[in-house]
Design a protein. Sequence first.
Length: 257
Amino acid sequence: MQVITLTSDFGNQDAYTAMVKGTCLRVDPSIHCVDLSHEVRPFAISQAAYLLLQSYRSFPEGTLHIVLVNLFYSESPGFLLVHHHGHWFMVPDNGILSLLFSPLPGEIYQVGSYGQGFRQVLDELFNILTAWKAHPDPASWAICAERTEERLWLHPVIQRDWIRGNVIHIDRFENVVVNVHQTLFEEIGQGRDFRFHFRPHDVIDRISRHYGDVAEGEPLLLFNAAGFLEIAVRMGNAASLLNLKMDDSVLLDFTPL
């Protein structure tokens, strides 16, 4: 049974989601479609990339992850298909692939254009899945992309003694995720003391192990399950209480070497 995950900015447009799932099932009724999220902010490819990075490794190898966010990014939009880390990814060529993977995967295939609207999105999805089911190697039916759109929104700015990042996701508990991964934190920090500035005069200077590591109502900083820095407030809503919004800038300032 093929597993497919779906991520979109459709919001409460249940009909769109149903049409996508129906199209997948027309190709193969045994396909198992899993909703990652349909509440991505409109056009927010950085948020979609984070959600996919957080979750895709939890699925079995061979899973196809379909992203339907900011679909109509140009007059001639199209899909890309790549195989990476044992998983397949079908995404619009709107820059999200560069947010997911750096460097980009070796083989990137152009697999369909849909400049005529959402009905053509569904037609292309049907054609792609049909071709892929018949010939699992896309090299036999798709062409390699000569170039792809690239974005840098997910990547923080790095210097020897500091990292400047941005808010990339706010979850339903209003925990705030920042685009600084633990591996980058450790590489730049080298075990040094730090001060995390999330507002002009507000600072956190330690990493907590879990949400109960501070007193009720106090802010904390931890690495979440995906390895990204997360700002939370114990028994509270960090985004509202700390006045943090998507794309806000934050600063990690390390003791100078």
